[in-house]
Design a protein around this ligand. Structure first.
Ligand code: PLP
Length: 487
Protein backbone atom coordinates (compact mmCIF):
# COMPACT_ATOMS: atom_id res chain seq x y z
CA UNK A 1 0.00 0.00 0.00
CA UNK A 2 1.30 3.40 -1.03
CA UNK A 3 1.31 6.39 1.24
CA UNK A 4 1.13 4.68 4.63
CA UNK A 5 3.77 7.05 5.95
CA UNK A 6 1.52 10.04 5.30
CA UNK A 7 -1.07 8.51 7.64
CA UNK A 8 1.30 8.11 10.58
CA UNK A 9 1.42 11.03 12.98
CA UNK A 10 2.96 11.51 16.42
CA UNK A 11 3.90 14.32 18.74
CA UNK A 12 7.20 14.70 20.55
CA UNK A 13 5.56 16.80 23.27
CA UNK A 14 3.11 14.00 24.13
CA UNK A 15 3.82 12.08 27.35
CA UNK A 16 3.33 8.78 25.52
CA UNK A 17 6.47 7.25 24.00
CA UNK A 18 6.75 7.86 20.24
CA UNK A 19 6.87 4.15 19.35
CA UNK A 20 3.61 3.61 21.30
CA UNK A 21 2.00 6.56 19.48
CA UNK A 22 3.05 5.01 16.15
CA UNK A 23 1.79 1.54 17.03
CA UNK A 24 -1.49 3.02 18.32
CA UNK A 25 -1.90 4.92 15.08
CA UNK A 26 -1.40 1.70 13.09
CA UNK A 27 -4.00 -0.08 15.26
CA UNK A 28 -6.41 2.74 14.61
CA UNK A 29 -5.90 2.57 10.86
CA UNK A 30 -6.29 -1.23 10.82
CA UNK A 31 -9.44 -1.06 12.97
CA UNK A 32 -10.98 1.53 10.68
CA UNK A 33 -10.22 -0.66 7.67
CA UNK A 34 -7.93 1.99 6.14
CA UNK A 35 -5.03 -0.47 6.23
CA UNK A 36 -6.54 -3.80 5.25
CA UNK A 37 -5.61 -7.35 6.32
CA UNK A 38 -2.77 -8.75 4.20
CA UNK A 39 -1.27 -5.32 3.50
CA UNK A 40 2.52 -5.25 3.39
CA UNK A 41 3.94 -2.54 5.65
CA UNK A 42 6.91 -0.36 4.65
CA UNK A 43 10.31 -1.55 5.85
CA UNK A 44 11.49 0.01 9.11
CA UNK A 45 14.33 1.93 7.38
CA UNK A 46 12.07 3.42 4.74
CA UNK A 47 9.29 4.35 7.19
CA UNK A 48 11.73 5.87 9.67
CA UNK A 49 13.15 8.14 6.94
CA UNK A 50 9.71 9.16 5.73
CA UNK A 51 8.29 10.07 9.14
CA UNK A 52 11.51 11.42 10.66
CA UNK A 53 12.17 9.03 13.54
CA UNK A 54 14.96 6.68 14.44
CA UNK A 55 14.77 3.29 12.73
CA UNK A 56 14.78 1.63 16.16
CA UNK A 57 11.58 3.49 17.06
CA UNK A 58 9.79 1.97 14.04
CA UNK A 59 11.18 -1.48 14.89
CA UNK A 60 9.88 -1.12 18.45
CA UNK A 61 6.47 -0.03 17.13
CA UNK A 62 6.37 -3.08 14.81
CA UNK A 63 7.44 -5.37 17.70
CA UNK A 64 4.58 -3.98 19.75
CA UNK A 65 2.12 -4.65 16.90
CA UNK A 66 3.44 -8.22 16.51
CA UNK A 67 3.06 -8.89 20.25
CA UNK A 68 -0.50 -7.58 20.18
CA UNK A 69 -1.32 -9.76 17.15
CA UNK A 70 -2.01 -6.99 14.61
CA UNK A 71 0.84 -7.71 12.23
CA UNK A 72 3.11 -10.66 11.47
CA UNK A 73 6.59 -11.08 10.03
CA UNK A 74 6.95 -13.13 6.86
CA UNK A 75 10.74 -13.35 7.01
CA UNK A 76 12.57 -11.60 4.19
CA UNK A 77 9.24 -10.60 2.55
CA UNK A 78 8.58 -8.12 5.37
CA UNK A 79 5.78 -7.23 7.79
CA UNK A 80 2.11 -7.85 6.91
CA UNK A 81 -1.18 -6.97 8.56
CA UNK A 82 -2.63 -10.23 9.93
CA UNK A 83 -5.47 -11.91 8.07
CA UNK A 84 -7.45 -12.30 11.27
CA UNK A 85 -7.07 -9.23 13.41
CA UNK A 86 -7.82 -9.10 17.15
CA UNK A 87 -11.42 -8.12 17.78
CA UNK A 88 -11.29 -5.68 20.63
CA UNK A 89 -14.05 -3.39 19.47
CA UNK A 90 -17.05 -3.06 21.77
CA UNK A 91 -19.94 -5.29 20.82
CA UNK A 92 -22.61 -3.04 19.36
CA UNK A 93 -25.39 -4.55 21.48
CA UNK A 94 -25.97 -1.61 23.84
CA UNK A 95 -28.25 1.04 22.46
CA UNK A 96 -27.76 4.74 22.88
CA UNK A 97 -24.85 4.40 25.32
CA UNK A 98 -27.08 2.72 27.88
CA UNK A 99 -24.41 0.19 28.82
CA UNK A 100 -24.66 -3.54 29.36
CA UNK A 101 -28.15 -4.97 29.36
CA UNK A 102 -28.98 -7.92 31.54
CA UNK A 103 -30.72 -10.88 29.97
CA UNK A 104 -34.49 -10.24 29.94
CA UNK A 105 -36.18 -11.97 32.87
CA UNK A 106 -32.89 -13.01 34.45
CA UNK A 107 -33.46 -12.96 38.21
CA UNK A 108 -30.79 -10.71 39.73
CA UNK A 109 -31.57 -10.54 43.42
CA UNK A 110 -29.68 -7.64 44.95
CA UNK A 111 -30.13 -7.29 48.70
CA UNK A 112 -32.61 -4.44 48.95
CA UNK A 113 -31.19 -2.69 52.04
CA UNK A 114 -27.71 -2.09 50.61
CA UNK A 115 -27.01 1.45 49.46
CA UNK A 116 -24.13 3.38 47.91
CA UNK A 117 -22.80 6.54 49.53
CA UNK A 118 -23.38 10.06 48.19
CA UNK A 119 -20.20 12.00 47.46
CA UNK A 120 -19.45 15.70 47.64
CA UNK A 121 -17.06 15.91 44.68
CA UNK A 122 -18.45 17.34 41.46
CA UNK A 123 -20.31 20.15 43.23
CA UNK A 124 -19.29 23.74 42.66
CA UNK A 125 -19.37 24.43 46.41
CA UNK A 126 -19.66 22.14 49.41
CA UNK A 127 -19.72 21.66 53.11
CA UNK A 128 -18.88 17.97 53.52
CA UNK A 129 -19.58 15.63 56.43
CA UNK A 130 -16.08 15.83 57.86
CA UNK A 131 -13.32 15.04 55.40
CA UNK A 132 -9.64 15.94 55.39
CA UNK A 133 -8.12 18.68 53.25
CA UNK A 134 -6.12 16.67 50.77
CA UNK A 135 -4.32 19.85 49.68
CA UNK A 136 -2.25 19.50 52.88
CA UNK A 137 -0.79 16.19 51.74
CA UNK A 138 2.97 15.99 51.13
CA UNK A 139 2.38 14.92 47.52
CA UNK A 140 5.97 15.41 46.43
CA UNK A 141 7.18 13.13 49.22
CA UNK A 142 4.44 10.61 48.40
CA UNK A 143 5.50 10.59 44.73
CA UNK A 144 9.13 10.21 45.79
CA UNK A 145 8.22 7.30 48.06
CA UNK A 146 6.31 5.61 45.20
CA UNK A 147 9.29 6.06 42.90
CA UNK A 148 11.68 4.71 45.52
CA UNK A 149 9.41 1.75 46.25
CA UNK A 150 9.37 0.82 42.56
CA UNK A 151 13.09 1.37 42.05
CA UNK A 152 14.53 -0.22 45.14
CA UNK A 153 14.69 -3.77 43.84
CA UNK A 154 12.43 -4.83 46.67
CA UNK A 155 9.53 -4.05 44.32
CA UNK A 156 9.52 -7.69 43.23
CA UNK A 157 8.29 -8.63 46.67
CA UNK A 158 5.97 -5.63 46.82
CA UNK A 159 4.32 -6.40 43.50
CA UNK A 160 3.91 -10.10 44.08
CA UNK A 161 1.54 -12.10 46.25
CA UNK A 162 2.27 -11.27 49.86
CA UNK A 163 0.92 -11.75 53.34
CA UNK A 164 -2.81 -11.44 53.81
CA UNK A 165 -2.19 -9.47 57.04
CA UNK A 166 -0.33 -6.70 55.20
CA UNK A 167 3.31 -5.95 54.52
CA UNK A 168 5.65 -6.98 57.32
CA UNK A 169 7.55 -3.70 57.41
CA UNK A 170 4.42 -1.58 57.74
CA UNK A 171 3.00 -3.93 60.35
CA UNK A 172 6.15 -3.45 62.42
CA UNK A 173 5.91 0.32 62.10
CA UNK A 174 2.18 0.43 62.77
CA UNK A 175 2.55 -1.73 65.85
CA UNK A 176 4.91 0.85 67.31
CA UNK A 177 2.75 3.76 66.07
CA UNK A 178 -0.42 2.31 67.64
CA UNK A 179 1.43 1.53 70.88
CA UNK A 180 2.92 4.99 71.20
CA UNK A 181 -0.04 7.10 70.06
CA UNK A 182 -2.90 5.02 71.46
CA UNK A 183 -1.34 3.20 74.40
CA UNK A 184 -2.54 -0.17 73.14
CA UNK A 185 -0.18 -2.96 74.26
CA UNK A 186 -0.05 -5.05 71.09
CA UNK A 187 2.42 -7.21 69.24
CA UNK A 188 2.67 -7.53 65.45
CA UNK A 189 0.50 -10.63 65.35
CA UNK A 190 -2.35 -8.64 66.96
CA UNK A 191 -2.66 -6.34 63.95
CA UNK A 192 -3.95 -6.73 60.42
CA UNK A 193 -3.60 -3.99 57.83
CA UNK A 194 -6.88 -3.32 56.02
CA UNK A 195 -8.03 -1.03 53.24
CA UNK A 196 -9.64 1.36 55.74
CA UNK A 197 -11.93 1.04 58.76
CA UNK A 198 -14.85 -0.24 56.73
CA UNK A 199 -12.95 -3.42 55.97
CA UNK A 200 -11.96 -3.71 59.64
CA UNK A 201 -15.61 -3.49 60.73
CA UNK A 202 -16.60 -5.98 58.04
CA UNK A 203 -13.92 -8.49 59.04
CA UNK A 204 -14.71 -8.16 62.74
CA UNK A 205 -18.44 -8.64 62.13
CA UNK A 206 -17.99 -11.60 59.82
CA UNK A 207 -15.50 -13.29 62.11
CA UNK A 208 -17.31 -12.83 65.40
CA UNK A 209 -21.01 -12.76 64.58
CA UNK A 210 -23.36 -15.65 63.85
CA UNK A 211 -26.80 -15.09 62.28
CA UNK A 212 -29.22 -14.00 64.98
CA UNK A 213 -26.54 -12.58 67.30
CA UNK A 214 -27.38 -9.26 68.93
CA UNK A 215 -25.26 -6.21 68.14
CA UNK A 216 -25.93 -3.05 70.12
CA UNK A 217 -25.30 0.42 68.73
CA UNK A 218 -26.28 3.93 69.74
CA UNK A 219 -29.72 5.18 68.66
CA UNK A 220 -27.83 7.18 66.07
CA UNK A 221 -24.89 5.30 64.61
CA UNK A 222 -22.68 4.85 61.58
CA UNK A 223 -24.97 3.61 58.76
CA UNK A 224 -22.28 1.58 56.99
CA UNK A 225 -21.65 -0.38 60.19
CA UNK A 226 -25.42 -1.04 60.39
CA UNK A 227 -25.35 -2.43 56.85
CA UNK A 228 -22.41 -4.69 57.69
CA UNK A 229 -24.13 -6.05 60.81
CA UNK A 230 -27.34 -6.70 58.88
CA UNK A 231 -25.40 -8.41 56.14
CA UNK A 232 -23.78 -10.74 58.67
CA UNK A 233 -27.26 -11.77 59.85
CA UNK A 234 -27.05 -10.03 63.22
CA UNK A 235 -29.96 -8.36 64.94
CA UNK A 236 -29.29 -4.69 65.73
CA UNK A 237 -30.61 -3.26 69.00
CA UNK A 238 -30.26 0.42 69.93
CA UNK A 239 -29.57 2.22 73.17
CA UNK A 240 -30.11 5.95 73.70
CA UNK A 241 -27.23 8.37 73.36
CA UNK A 242 -26.47 11.66 75.08
CA UNK A 243 -23.62 14.15 75.21
CA UNK A 244 -21.27 11.33 76.34
CA UNK A 245 -22.16 8.82 73.61
CA UNK A 246 -24.11 5.63 74.32
CA UNK A 247 -25.82 5.48 77.72
CA UNK A 248 -24.31 2.76 79.86
CA UNK A 249 -27.29 2.29 82.21
CA UNK A 250 -29.53 1.62 79.21
CA UNK A 251 -26.98 -0.84 77.87
CA UNK A 252 -26.84 -2.63 81.21
CA UNK A 253 -30.62 -2.92 81.25
CA UNK A 254 -30.51 -4.46 77.80
CA UNK A 255 -27.77 -6.91 78.81
CA UNK A 256 -29.95 -8.13 81.69
CA UNK A 257 -32.70 -9.08 79.23
CA UNK A 258 -30.76 -10.14 76.15
CA UNK A 259 -27.63 -12.07 75.31
CA UNK A 260 -25.57 -9.33 73.66
CA UNK A 261 -22.71 -10.49 71.46
CA UNK A 262 -21.17 -7.21 70.34
CA UNK A 263 -21.39 -3.49 71.15
CA UNK A 264 -20.31 -1.10 68.40
CA UNK A 265 -19.00 2.27 69.58
CA UNK A 266 -17.16 5.30 68.26
CA UNK A 267 -16.18 6.66 71.69
CA UNK A 268 -13.73 9.08 70.30
CA UNK A 269 -16.35 11.28 68.76
CA UNK A 270 -19.61 9.46 68.58
CA UNK A 271 -20.86 9.17 65.02
CA UNK A 272 -22.69 11.30 63.98
CA UNK A 273 -22.98 13.59 67.02
CA UNK A 274 -19.20 13.99 67.63
CA UNK A 275 -19.60 13.51 71.43
CA UNK A 276 -16.52 12.22 73.27
CA UNK A 277 -17.20 9.36 75.68
CA UNK A 278 -15.94 10.40 79.15
CA UNK A 279 -13.26 8.28 80.84
CA UNK A 280 -15.63 7.09 83.55
CA UNK A 281 -18.09 5.76 81.00
CA UNK A 282 -15.28 3.94 79.18
CA UNK A 283 -14.36 2.13 82.37
CA UNK A 284 -18.02 1.20 82.95
CA UNK A 285 -18.33 -0.11 79.42
CA UNK A 286 -15.27 -2.33 79.82
CA UNK A 287 -16.62 -3.63 83.13
CA UNK A 288 -19.97 -4.45 81.51
CA UNK A 289 -18.19 -6.26 78.67
CA UNK A 290 -16.38 -8.45 81.21
CA UNK A 291 -19.53 -9.07 83.20
CA UNK A 292 -21.80 -9.91 80.26
CA UNK A 293 -19.05 -11.28 78.02
CA UNK A 294 -19.79 -9.24 74.93
CA UNK A 295 -17.08 -7.92 72.67
CA UNK A 296 -16.65 -4.22 71.97
CA UNK A 297 -16.02 -3.11 68.41
CA UNK A 298 -14.27 0.23 68.84
CA UNK A 299 -14.28 2.23 65.62
CA UNK A 300 -11.72 4.98 66.19
CA UNK A 301 -12.01 6.58 62.77
CA UNK A 302 -10.71 10.05 63.68
CA UNK A 303 -8.50 9.48 66.73
CA UNK A 304 -5.62 11.51 65.36
CA UNK A 305 -7.48 14.81 65.72
CA UNK A 306 -8.01 15.94 69.30
CA UNK A 307 -7.88 19.66 70.07
CA UNK A 308 -8.84 20.50 73.61
CA UNK A 309 -6.92 18.36 76.02
CA UNK A 310 -4.49 15.53 76.35
CA UNK A 311 -5.56 12.70 74.09
CA UNK A 312 -8.32 10.53 75.51
CA UNK A 313 -7.01 6.99 75.18
CA UNK A 314 -9.04 4.37 73.35
CA UNK A 315 -10.98 1.68 75.22
CA UNK A 316 -8.55 -0.84 73.75
CA UNK A 317 -5.69 0.70 75.75
CA UNK A 318 -7.39 -0.30 79.04
CA UNK A 319 -8.70 -3.68 77.88
CA UNK A 320 -7.04 -6.43 79.88
CA UNK A 321 -9.42 -9.20 78.80
CA UNK A 322 -9.01 -9.13 75.02
CA UNK A 323 -12.65 -8.13 74.54
CA UNK A 324 -12.04 -5.06 72.41
CA UNK A 325 -11.55 -5.16 68.66
CA UNK A 326 -10.01 -1.86 67.67
CA UNK A 327 -10.39 -0.41 64.19
CA UNK A 328 -8.41 2.56 62.85
CA UNK A 329 -7.69 4.20 59.53
CA UNK A 330 -5.62 6.77 57.66
CA UNK A 331 -8.64 7.89 55.61
CA UNK A 332 -9.08 10.99 57.75
CA UNK A 333 -5.48 11.62 58.74
CA UNK A 334 -4.05 11.14 55.23
CA UNK A 335 -6.66 10.75 52.47
CA UNK A 336 -9.80 8.66 51.95
CA UNK A 337 -8.52 7.34 48.62
CA UNK A 338 -5.24 6.01 50.05
CA UNK A 339 -6.83 2.93 51.52
CA UNK A 340 -4.82 1.95 54.56
CA UNK A 341 -6.36 1.08 57.91
CA UNK A 342 -5.85 -1.49 60.63
CA UNK A 343 -7.70 -3.78 62.95
CA UNK A 344 -6.22 -4.79 66.30
CA UNK A 345 -7.33 -7.66 68.51
CA UNK A 346 -6.17 -10.90 70.08
CA UNK A 347 -3.82 -12.77 67.69
CA UNK A 348 -6.16 -15.74 67.29
CA UNK A 349 -8.96 -13.46 66.15
CA UNK A 350 -6.65 -11.60 63.78
CA UNK A 351 -5.65 -14.91 62.24
CA UNK A 352 -9.33 -15.77 61.68
CA UNK A 353 -9.91 -12.32 60.16
CA UNK A 354 -7.00 -12.94 57.78
CA UNK A 355 -8.80 -16.06 56.54
CA UNK A 356 -11.96 -14.05 55.93
CA UNK A 357 -10.11 -11.23 54.23
CA UNK A 358 -8.46 -13.64 51.86
CA UNK A 359 -11.73 -14.66 50.24
CA UNK A 360 -12.69 -11.12 49.22
CA UNK A 361 -9.26 -9.51 48.94
CA UNK A 362 -6.20 -11.73 48.58
CA UNK A 363 -4.08 -9.03 50.18
CA UNK A 364 -3.86 -5.27 50.55
CA UNK A 365 -2.07 -2.82 48.31
CA UNK A 366 1.51 -3.70 49.25
CA UNK A 367 2.94 -0.99 47.03
CA UNK A 368 0.94 1.65 48.90
CA UNK A 369 1.91 -0.01 52.17
CA UNK A 370 5.54 0.26 51.15
CA UNK A 371 4.97 3.98 50.48
CA UNK A 372 3.46 4.38 53.96
CA UNK A 373 6.45 2.55 55.43
CA UNK A 374 8.81 5.02 53.76
CA UNK A 375 6.73 8.04 54.84
CA UNK A 376 6.87 6.83 58.45
CA UNK A 377 10.60 6.03 58.29
CA UNK A 378 11.43 9.45 56.85
CA UNK A 379 9.29 11.20 59.46
CA UNK A 380 7.01 12.63 56.73
CA UNK A 381 3.91 10.96 58.12
CA UNK A 382 4.55 12.29 61.62
CA UNK A 383 5.20 15.81 60.21
CA UNK A 384 1.99 15.66 58.20
CA UNK A 385 -0.10 14.52 61.18
CA UNK A 386 1.25 17.35 63.36
CA UNK A 387 0.60 19.92 60.64
CA UNK A 388 -2.94 18.68 59.94
CA UNK A 389 -3.79 18.66 63.66
CA UNK A 390 -2.73 22.29 63.96
CA UNK A 391 -4.55 23.45 60.82
CA UNK A 392 -7.79 21.62 61.67
CA UNK A 393 -7.71 22.97 65.22
CA UNK A 394 -7.68 26.54 63.86
CA UNK A 395 -10.37 25.71 61.34
CA UNK A 396 -12.59 24.17 64.02
CA UNK A 397 -12.31 27.34 66.09
CA UNK A 398 -13.05 29.59 63.14
CA UNK A 399 -15.98 27.47 61.93
CA UNK A 400 -17.57 27.29 65.38
CA UNK A 401 -17.09 31.02 65.84
CA UNK A 402 -18.87 31.69 62.55
CA UNK A 403 -21.70 29.32 63.35
CA UNK A 404 -22.18 30.96 66.73
CA UNK A 405 -22.16 34.49 65.39
CA UNK A 406 -23.88 34.10 62.04
CA UNK A 407 -26.53 31.51 62.94
CA UNK A 408 -27.33 32.22 66.61
CA UNK A 409 -31.08 31.72 66.26
CA UNK A 410 -30.91 29.00 63.60
CA UNK A 411 -28.32 26.38 64.63
CA UNK A 412 -27.29 25.04 68.04
CA UNK A 413 -24.30 22.78 68.61
CA UNK A 414 -21.57 21.69 71.02
CA UNK A 415 -18.07 22.62 69.97
CA UNK A 416 -16.48 19.22 69.20
CA UNK A 417 -13.36 18.31 71.19
CA UNK A 418 -11.86 16.72 68.11
CA UNK A 419 -12.59 15.25 64.70
CA UNK A 420 -13.56 17.08 61.56
CA UNK A 421 -17.22 18.00 61.86
CA UNK A 422 -19.81 19.81 63.94
CA UNK A 423 -23.13 18.15 64.72
CA UNK A 424 -25.45 20.99 63.78
CA UNK A 425 -29.01 20.97 65.14
CA UNK A 426 -31.19 23.30 63.16
CA UNK A 427 -34.14 25.04 64.82
CA UNK A 428 -37.48 23.54 63.84
CA UNK A 429 -38.44 26.55 61.75
CA UNK A 430 -35.59 25.67 59.36
CA UNK A 431 -36.75 23.10 56.77
CA UNK A 432 -33.33 21.44 56.58
CA UNK A 433 -34.27 18.64 54.18
CA UNK A 434 -35.78 21.05 51.66
CA UNK A 435 -32.75 23.33 51.97
CA UNK A 436 -30.32 20.46 51.30
CA UNK A 437 -32.29 19.51 48.17
CA UNK A 438 -32.44 23.09 46.94
CA UNK A 439 -28.71 23.53 47.61
CA UNK A 440 -27.88 20.38 45.60
CA UNK A 441 -29.99 21.66 42.70
CA UNK A 442 -27.88 24.84 42.75
CA UNK A 443 -24.54 22.97 42.84
CA UNK A 444 -23.99 23.35 46.59
CA UNK A 445 -23.42 20.10 48.48
CA UNK A 446 -24.63 19.76 52.07
CA UNK A 447 -24.76 16.45 53.97
CA UNK A 448 -28.26 15.03 53.88
CA UNK A 449 -29.82 14.77 57.37
CA UNK A 450 -31.41 11.50 56.22
CA UNK A 451 -27.92 9.96 56.36
CA UNK A 452 -28.07 10.22 60.12
CA UNK A 453 -31.67 10.17 61.25
CA UNK A 454 -35.13 9.98 59.74
CA UNK A 455 -36.58 12.46 62.22
CA UNK A 456 -33.93 14.88 63.55
CA UNK A 457 -33.49 18.31 62.00
CA UNK A 458 -29.72 17.94 62.22
CA UNK A 459 -26.71 17.21 60.07
CA UNK A 460 -22.91 17.03 60.20
CA UNK A 461 -21.05 20.08 58.93
CA UNK A 462 -17.37 19.41 58.19
CA UNK A 463 -14.80 22.10 58.86
CA UNK A 464 -11.48 20.42 58.05
CA UNK A 465 -11.43 20.45 54.26
CA UNK A 466 -11.90 24.20 53.74
CA UNK A 467 -9.67 27.16 54.47
CA UNK A 468 -11.11 29.87 56.67
CA UNK A 469 -11.95 32.11 53.72
CA UNK A 470 -13.54 29.20 51.83
CA UNK A 471 -15.73 28.34 54.80
CA UNK A 472 -16.76 32.01 55.14
CA UNK A 473 -18.05 31.84 51.57
CA UNK A 474 -19.85 28.51 51.96
CA UNK A 475 -21.41 29.50 55.29
CA UNK A 476 -22.59 32.80 53.78
CA UNK A 477 -24.21 30.76 51.00
CA UNK A 478 -25.86 28.50 53.58
CA UNK A 479 -27.17 31.53 55.43
CA UNK A 480 -28.54 33.03 52.26
CA UNK A 481 -30.29 29.75 51.45
CA UNK A 482 -31.82 29.50 54.91
CA UNK A 483 -33.06 33.09 54.65
CA UNK A 484 -34.93 32.17 51.51
CA UNK A 485 -36.85 29.54 53.45
CA UNK A 486 -37.06 31.38 56.78
CA UNK A 487 -37.45 35.09 56.00
C1 PLP B 1 -17.63 6.32 61.96
C2 PLP B 1 -16.87 5.94 60.74
N1 PLP B 1 -16.32 4.72 60.68
C3 PLP B 1 -15.66 4.31 59.59
C4 PLP B 1 -15.54 5.11 58.48
C5 PLP B 1 -14.90 4.55 57.25
O1 PLP B 1 -13.66 4.97 57.03
P1 PLP B 1 -12.67 4.28 56.01
O2 PLP B 1 -12.53 5.24 54.89
O3 PLP B 1 -11.41 4.14 56.80
O4 PLP B 1 -13.19 2.96 55.57
C6 PLP B 1 -16.09 6.39 58.50
C7 PLP B 1 -15.98 7.25 57.32
O5 PLP B 1 -16.40 8.36 57.28
C8 PLP B 1 -16.76 6.81 59.65
O6 PLP B 1 -17.33 8.02 59.70
Amino acid sequence: MEGIASLISYSRSDNTAVYIQISNRFINLIQQGIIRPGTRLPGSRSLSLQIGVNRLTVSKAYDELVIQGWIESKGSRGMFVCGVIPDIQANPFSEGGKGIRSMPGYPWNPVSYLTTPRISSGYEMFIDEGLPDIRLLPTIEIARAYRAALRSGSYKGTLSYGEVYGSRSLRTILTEFIRSTRGIPLSESDCLITRGSTMGIYLAANTVLQPGDIVVTGSLSYPTADLIFRQSGAKIMRVPIDEGGIQITALEQLCMDQSVRMVYVTPHHHYPTTATMPAERRVQLLQLAREYRFCILEDDYDYDFQYDSNPVMPLASADTSGLVIYVGSFSKSVAPALRVGFVVGPGRLIEAMGKHRRIIDRQGDHLLESVFTRLFRDGEMQRHLRKAQKVYHQRRDHFCHRLQHDFPDLIYFQKPAGGMAVWANFKEVVPLRAIVKQAAAEGFYLPDPENYSSHLNATRLGFASQTESEMDISLARLKELIRRFVP
